[in-house]
Design a protein around this ligand. Sequence first.
Ligand SMILES: [Zn+2]
Length: 397
Amino acid sequence: MTYCIHCGIANRKMETKLLKIISLSFLGIFIFLLEPLIVLGAVITDIRFWSAPDHTRIVLDLTEAIQYQSSSQESPPQFHLELKGVPSKTLKREMEVKDPFLSKISLTEIGKEKVKLTLHQKKHLNANVFALKAYQDKPHRLVIDLVDVVQEKKEREDRQKQKEIKSQGTKIVVVDPGHGGEDPGAVGQKKTMEKDIVLKVGEKVAHLLNQNKEIQAFLTRKGDYFIPLEERIKIAREYGADLFVSLHTDGSFNPQARGSSVYCLSLSGATDEAAKILADKENMSNILGGAFLRPTAFAKDPNVNQILLDLMQNNSMKESFRFAETILEDIKAVNPVKYRSYRQANFIVLKAPDIPSVLVEMSYITNKEDERLLNSNDFQEKIAKTLNTSIKKYFRP
Ligand SMILES: [Zn+2]
């Protein structure tokens, strides 16, 4: 899924160093060596791609911000991105890729300090391109989303259909594995990524829930790709969710930190500083994962009355508190809890006004022992079973 195109980072460092030494000593030679300095521009250090059911995201890592121009062609279907200010010595490179929408990614030199990225598509796709500035340990990035609009529409209609065909008395639960794609979430000492663990546990929870006749469970994401936080809510609402559970693993600079915790939304500030910091960290997912909200994410549902939704918010929050208490009561049988009660903060992903929503931090991935546990199928099953029990209790108090 991931591959690197090393465009001479080592050379660049060497040239800079060499240039500094020589320019200090011999001004004349500086002019002679000016050429290598000029070609030092943005360097593409990595190209990755993430496959989602309705789109493929391609991400370029860059050493600095870059100018670009995009174009598409019909036959054969290709997307082109001309990048300016990239060293001309970049060689032609090609990479076959295993992806539902892409067959190949290639990089070709097309002029001085100009290269062309070509995405060889299997069918016609809509492209969205956007740049992300360097942030924390992430470099400057250029993101290209190639979207299959037909599939995107089908996915949405399939979700809406679930709401229509559900039999009376059936409860719909949407399980949200946090992070994904560009956003790994918290990372353990052994490089275990939060995004992978929460997907595994999320799949187990959904599987167990679907064994109950009166419950139908769905996941917001089914693979390693990123979904903006607002779109996760939208997905839950399209399914007509009666309950939304966002799954996470905690992270801390303190390797001793351990324990499970449960969070609900707050509309008036966090219950404590730690909850605020956690919400800020989880909300950062949109920046790290690269949130590009397609127009459909903003489209208002004409069938929904906003005032009614506002009134529903209070009730949803009360129900969220009841569910959070149930989880805390049940989860302490499998893992120590960090706090005896749920905490509240401004988590974007919990903002559906009409769906009781809770965020569960299963354990600390940054703790050596917890990382081992989170990787074990046994512990994942235990957490999933606990959540299954809590959800059933929530619906049948
Ligand atoms: Zn998280």
